[in-house]
Design a protein around this ligand. Structure first.
Ligand code: CP3
Length: 348
């Protein structure tokens, strides 16, 4: 495996070098469990205003780093900025999650723009440049996008749904129209990720939050294939780009995902089976995860035990300590401190 010498422990793990103490960060680490986030969120007005005001987005990105000294910062934005830049209507209703104009018939798909207006995403690049300037050079900066399947589930349904039935149904009934949505998302995600690298991101993560609702054949077509094209498209321009995939709920499909996509690491959810991960995933790539966010809410001995389980399962190999999904708003800050302290005390 090629590796350029680097001082960032996080990047070292992605380049193939296990660290004695695993680097640690949390998905959704900038967010509502932090009072300083809630304060700035209220000042910004809407959620998209927070994302698209570089000064605010940079500040919110840095808040959890100041508090917890994580090994990585993730740029504050959202996966739905791509549909927004494609000209779709995207709104975040307080307490209800995202609302888009549904895109669920082949007729509507014919009117879908193929090229995003990247000037709308310029504030994200500017926020990345600001963060990179202020961030300790030992801390990695993560850029991201949603995986085409997951972004498409919100575009088709116009909102989050429990099992993504509208997108699954459209993929069965109108595979051509659905694959046009996926193709548009693949191409624009490649451009968007390249823009983030140029603006200062060290690492990229592809969030496929809803991969786990797909049967194996569909998983191959709508999760693996698009991720593979995105990785190849980014690396065609930046050959050593470091990329983490997060096909949440992929279970026994993870080895196939890793092999086909050529990601440097996969983020795993808390239901992952340790021996499968060690023997068929971590032997090839770094693993990121996988504390149950509910154990982080619970705290106490249950949290200590859950942290120890992640370390016992994966820290003898290449591990980036993280949660199995995003931190929830009701999580006590003291529990995050307890988790980090225990991870950093690891001796193995
Ligand atoms: O991780 C980070 O700290 C960086 C920022 C980030 C956000 N969203 C901020 C956000 C990232 C990486 C995301 C990714 C994202 N967005 C995903 C994939 C990862 C995952 O968590 O599953 C998805 C599916 C979305 C779409 C989305 N955005 C939903 C469904 C919601 C509403 C649900 C919720 O948690 O409120 C959002 C809003 C959102 N994105 C918030 C944050 C901090 C909360 C909005 C608020 O402050 O009111």
């Amino acid at each position: 495996m090629t590796s350029s010498p680097t001082i960032k422990p996080f990047l070292d793990v992605l380049s193939g070098h296990r660290q004695p103490v695993p680097p640690v960060w949390m998905m959704r680490q900038a967010g509502r469990y932090l009072p300083e986030y809630r304060e700035l969120r209220a000042k910004a007005g809407g959620f998209l205003d927070l994302c698209f005001t570089p000064e605010y987005a940079a500040e919110v990105t840095l808040q959890p780093i100041r508090r917890f000294n994580f090994d990585a910062a993730i740029i504050f934005s959202d996966i739905l900025v791509i549909p927004y830049a494609l000209g779709r209507s995207v709104r975040f209703e307080a307490g209800e999650g995202p609302r888009l104009d549904p895109l669920d018939t082949p007729e509507q798909v014919t009117s879908l723009a193929t090229q995003a207006d990247f000037s709308k995403l310029e504030p994200v690049y500017e926020a990345l440049r600001r963060v990179r300037r202020e961030l300790d050079p030992n801390i990695a900066l993560i850029g991201f996008c949603g995986a085409p399947w997951t972004v498409a589930t919100y575009m088709v349904a116009g909102q989050g749904t429990p099992d993504q039935a509208p997108a699954r149904m459209m993929a069965y009934r109108h595979p051509q129209a659905f694959s046009k949505i996926i193709d548009v998302l693949v191409e624009n995600s490649i451009q968007y990720l390249l823009g983030q690298l140029k603006a200062g991101a060290d690492v990229l993560q592809i969030f496929d939050t809803w991969a786990g609702v797909l049967p194996p054949r569909e998983f191959q077509r709508w999760s693996i294939e698009p991720a593979k094209r995105i990785v190849a498209g980014v690396r065609a321009q930046v050959p050593d780009a470091k990329i983490i995939g997060f096909p949440r709920g992929a279970g026994a499909m993870l080895p196939a995902y890793v092999e086909a996509t050529a990601v440097n690491a996969v983020s795993i959810d808390w239901a992952a089976e340790p021996s499968l991960i060690r023997e068929r995933v971590q032997n090839r790539v770094a693993v990121q995860g996988n504390l149950d966010p509910l154990a982080l809410i619970a705290g106490g001995a249950a949290l200590d035990r859950a942290v120890d389980d992640v370390l016992a399962n994966y820290a003898s190999g290449r591990l980036i300590f993280n949660l199995g999904h995003g931190i929830q708003p009701e999580t006590p800050i003291a529990h995050v401190e307890q988790m980090i302290k225990r991870v950093r005390a690891y001796k193995g």
